[in-house]
Ligand binder design. Structure first.
Ligand code: NAI
Length: 357
């Protein structure tokens, strides 16, 4: 295996390591954005990228997001992410993920991996044969299983807190929620919303997923290009990132945007556009932190305790919306301030410790 470990080549990143092994098709990057609060935890994505540049950018922006997610969630973890560029249909997954496990191990615990888009709990079991720095394991291996239901629970708590902040309403009965993306998180979220009495509209590029949920739960099926236009209380993006473009924001007819997808803002100015339209945006790295809380506590807490911690995200959302309103800034800016203040406080404590030694 060849390893190109480039420290500080990307300024704010602590480490970006490239791993390549032609014997099993491993061509990947591990990006460590920050380890100030603790080891950098973030999942590994496995998909075919159009270029090495695209793969690297994906790893970098996702790693940075993990730093903020962990910091706002109050976890003693830093931010990192890995990507593997390859064709999932034409590799020996066991050989590939063993090699990836070796790569994780070589970083000595500075990076902890988990599943993400394109990777599974089974892949993490393979990774665990080579390194202990892996979470998201099944219960049979000491883990708590798939974190997606915890992510959905955190989105639900965030969404309820946002609506309660906006109009004092404490129930979802009589509310309409538009969910875009019905995968591991979106489908569970839809079930939870229906159980809470909300009217739900759903869309996904995979028509079979839409039909299955519409048939099972009686939710309203909507075309992907129309889901953001429907008149609803909340738009919940649960597919891919970059969805909140200026055009889409202009067409929204909701009070709030709260969803699971990572990196929802198409550009930094999207946060101000949402605020300008009076739409409460719960930053993705706050709303979707349930999965991170789930894996961070695996082997240390029961699922019931983890769920209690995930539900506390609702209080964080209330605090954030309050701070943003008081300071006259976007919720994205308010959340970033909270994260950066926590990281800076840890750096200050460290330098004080150094000064007194
Ligand atoms: P998934 O891969 O299981 O589901 C994604 C769904 O989105 C699929 O049903 C897919 O058909 C659909 N989709 C793809 N492109 C679409 C489009 N353009 N329009 C509408 N639907 C589209 O992924 P998962 O795990 O449910 O995650 C969803 C999002 O939440 C991702 O952005 C992920 O990074 C993020 N996330 C997931 C966490 C988890 O615990 N699974 C944790 C934190 C964030």
């Amino acid at each position: 295996m060849t390893t190109d470990t480039s420290l500080d080549r990307y300024g704010e990143f602590e480490q970006v390591a490239h791993f390549r092994d032609d014997t099993n098709g491993l061509d990947g990057l591990i990006a460590i954005h920050s380890t100030v609060l603790g080891p950098a935890l973030g999942g590994v994505r496995f998909r075919r990228y159009r270029s090495g540049f695209e793969a690297r950018n994906d790893a970098l922006r996702l790693a940075r997001g993990m730093t903020y997610k962990a910091a706002v969630a109050g976890l003693d973890l830093g931010g990192g992410k890995a990507v593997i560029d390859g064709d999932p249909g034409s590799v020996d997954r066991v050989a590939l993920f063993r090699a990836f496990g070796e790569a994780v191990e070589s970083l000595g615990g500075r990076y902890i991996t988990a599943e993400d888009v394109g990777t599974t709990v089974e892949d993490m079991v393979t990774v665990a044969t080579e390194t202990g720095h892996v979470v998201g394991l099944p219960e049979s291996k000491g883990g708590l299983g798939d974190p997606s239901p915890s992510t959905a629970l955190g989105v639900l708590a965030s969404l309820k807190a946002a609506l309660a902040f906006l109009d004092g309403g404490s129930t979802l009965v009589g509310r309409t929620i538009a969910v875009c993306g019905l995968g591991k998180v979106g489908a569970v979220l839809v079930r939870m919303l229906v159980e809470e009495g909300a009217a739900v509209a759903v869309a996904d590029v995979d028509g079979e997923r839409v039909t299955a949920l519409a048939d099972q739960l009686g939710v309203k099926a909507v075309e992907v290009e129309d889901i953001h236009r429907i008149s609803a209380d909340v738009f919940a993006p649960c597919a891919l990132g970059g969805i909140l473009t200026s055009n889409l924001i202009r067409e929204l007819d909701v009070q709030a945007v709260v969803g699971a997808a990572n990196n929802q803002l198409a550009t930094p100015s999207s946060a101000d556009l949402l605020a300008g339209r009076g739409i409460a945006y719960v930053p993705d790295f706050v709303a979707n932190a349930g999965g991170l809380i789930h894996v961070a506590w695996e082997a240390k807490a029961s699922l019931a305790d983890v769920q209690t911690k995930v539900l506390e995200l609702g209080d964080r959302v209330t605090d954030l919306l309050t701070q943003a309103a008081e300071a006259g800034i976007s919720t994205q800016a308010a959340a970033e301030k909270v994260a950066e203040a926590r990281i800076q406080a840890r750096l200050d404590a460290r330098s004080q410790l150094g000064a007194t030694r």
